[in-house]
Design a protein around this ligand. Structure first.
Ligand code: NAD
Length: 498
């Protein structure tokens, strides 16, 4: 039997006898690929101890030297892209092109981390008082933990630790136990690049591992990306244990299609945004709000025609546009939502249930599904389905469409398709959502902007990566300094210094 996927602790691949194991599947076939160890508390504590031990030396290294090591890491990620993408597709199921896109966006974040010496320069004021200079500097926190979801097994970890370690912290990553291999492989490349042992550690596991990270006194901060109920739990628990926390949660992203939109472009954009990665993206568009019935009818007709041509198949097959869902339970959950939508009275315009992918009957494939005449009280509208299901809602005006979006519990991403600059500006100015696109269906910020939603899509004050990461992974210290001239006598001052 293949040995189970273990952990990377203090620069060594570690396996624990008698560890609990979980199956890892190939979602395109339903076959068990192997097993992942679920770390016990003591294993996670060993990883935290390794990170703690590495911190003094690593935080003392010149920021430019840390950046150079990250530059080497970036080069290795580029050189080994094929191996990494093969692992992503094997365990996650997304098509290879999509895996490449994910990795590329992850590498962008490593590149951003290589600018850290510039970003850590701090703030300086000369003569804030008589012969007094003052500056603020940004010091690392210590041991930082990251807990990541299944849907971007390479990119989301790369949102976190490159910036964190570039700032001088050491890191313990807990990737998703459903597709753990890419994160572990990539962490080994960091070692190969020369990042010292213990600076980056990976523990695989479930709630037991996460709870250890949330409660251990040595962990100073926690970055989390995943579903909203868990994000809320992470935020409450880690905060109660005195840690700085950012917890990014789920989403229900709406695209507004205005009567003046270029409908063909909008349909093509919606196809990729709704069905790319089988809808398993936190920025996926899952609701299209058609402004006006004419747009609604035309949109549904054209989406239906495009769905008839959507190529669903294993991610490794050239030309496949959409792969399987991550797991059998998730497949059943998503199919259950399609059943619920029908029962709740939405019009099922395209039914993805019952899709057959020849030779892959055991895979978790669901065809692209389209609902029309969806209304806000339906579960398919309220809940994040995280599958290839697009709901079309009809609205009479832009204001009505925006009221709908604002009333939703999530506020991660949104987009408007229009040719009207005034409508676009009104939308971007007023919508209560964190990431907004104008004719851009997936407005995922590039690495030098930060990523974060509003409302119940983000718990915490700082977003992921970009400038916010520099603030999240450092602590400000402000120093005021005065060197009195020799021989000058000072008198006691009892008033507050002004
Ligand atoms: P998830 O919440 O089930 O798991 C995320 C992480 O939390 C995993 O590492 C998992 O092991 C851990 N976890 C799960 N249950 C736990 C528990 N009870 N206690 C402690 N830890 C627990 O999410 P997922 O299914 O892996 O990922 C999909 C979700 O992530 C979707 O909701 C999606 O919208 C969200 N997501 C959000 C963003 C964002 O930036 N906002 C990005 C990607 C994914």
């Amino acid at each position: 039997m293949k040995s189970p996927i273990g952990h990377l602790i203090g620069g060594e691949l570690v396996s624990c006898a008698h560890a609990r194991l979980q199956d890892v599947y190939n979602p395109a076939t339903g076959e068990v690929l192997g097993h992942v160890e679920l770390a016990a508390r003591s294993t996670v504590e060993a990883a935290i101890a390794a990170a703690q031990a590495a911190f003094p030396a690593w935080s003392g290294i010149l920021p430019a030297k840390r950046a150079r090591l990250l530059g080497r890491f970036m080069a290795l990620l580029e050189a080994r892209a094929d191996e990494i993408c093969a692992l992503i597709t094997l365990e996650h199921g997304k098509v290879l092109d999509d895996a490449r896109g994910e990795l590329h966006r992850g590498i962008e974040n490593v590149e951003f981390a290589t600018y850290m010496p510039e970003l850590l320069k701090g703030e300086h004021s000369k003569n804030v008082g008589p012969k007094i200079d003052s500056w603020s500097e940004f010091q690392p926190l210590g041991v930082v933990a990251g807990i990541t979801p299944f849907n971007f097994p390479a990119m989301v970890p790369l949102w976190m630790y490159p910036a964190a370690i570039a700032c001088g912290n050491t890191f313990v990553l807990k990737p998703s136990e459903r597709d753990p291999s890419a994160a572990l492989y990539i962490a080994q490349l960091a070692l190969e690049a020369g990042i010292p042992s213990g600076v980056l550690n990976v523990v695989n596991g479930d709630k037991e591992a996460v709870d250890t990270l949330l409660t251990d006194k040595r962990v100073q901060a926690v970055s989390f990306v995943g579903s909203t109920p868990i994000a809320e739990y992470i935020y409450a628990t880690a905060s109660a244990h005195g840690k700085r926390v950012q917890a990014l949660g789920g989403a229900k992203n709406h695209a507004v299609v205005m009567p003046d939109a270029d409908l063909e472009n909008a349909v093509n954009a919606l196809m990729g945004a709704a069905y790319g990665s089988c809808g398993e993206r936190c920025m996926a568009i899952s609701v299209a709000v058609a402004v006006g019935n004419e747009v609604g009818d035309a949109l549904v007709e054209r989406l239906g025609a495009a769905l008839a041509k959507l190529k669903v198949g294993p991610g490794t097959v050239r030309g496949a546009e959409m792969g399987p869902l991550i797991s059998k339970p998730h497949f059943e959950k998503v199919r259950g939502y399609v059943d619920a939508g029908v029962a709740e009275g939405a019009k099922l315009a395209v039914d993805g249930r019952g899709l057959n992918v020849p030779g892959h009957e055991g895979g978790y494939f669901l065809g692209g599904t389209l609902f029309d005449h969806v209304t806000p009280e339906m579960s398919i509208y309220r809940d994040e389905i995280f599958g290839p299901v697009l709901c079309v809602v009809r609205a009479h005006s832009l204001e009505e469409a925006m009221a709908l979006i604002d009333a939703h519990e999530y506020g991660n991403g949104t987009c408007i398709f229009t040719r009207d600059g005034e409508a676009a500006r009104y939308f971007t100015d007023n919508i209560r959502v964190g990431m907004v696109g104008v004719n851009v269906p997936l407005p995922v910020p590039v690495s030098y902007h930060s990523f974060g939603g509003w409302k119940r899509s983000l718990f915490g004050d700082l977003s992921a990566y970009g400038p916010d990461a520099v603030r999240f992974y450092t602590r400000r210290k402000t120093v005021s300094q005065r060197w009195p001239a020799g021989g000058v006598r000072e008198t006691a001052q009892f008033a507050f210094p002004a």
